[in-house]
Design a protein. Sequence first.
Length: 105
Amino acid sequence: MAITLCPVCRKKISTRAPRCPHCHEDVSGNDPELASRQRSQQRKKSNAMKIQLALAMTLLVICIGLMLLEMNQGKPLPSPWYIGIGLAAAAWYVVTRLRMFLSHR
Ligand SMILES: [Zn+2]
């Protein structure tokens, strides 16, 4: 018996269960409306994550650019703001990548 995620409430359920024991949604696969709703939800989620990836990447590139600019102007260290925001953007990127990877399993 395998375990899957309920497409509606995202809780763990058996693949054999015709209905989710948590939210009582029909998960037997005989509900075409649910299947298409699930697909469009997944598409929306993956699009949102792609946008987040692009934003995080843009932020990271801007921060690195600003840091390089500062170093070119002869400062020994870039502003801690750029380092902080750059690190946050990098972390955001990695977390979003991880979430995409997990949701595609
Ligand atoms: Zn459910």
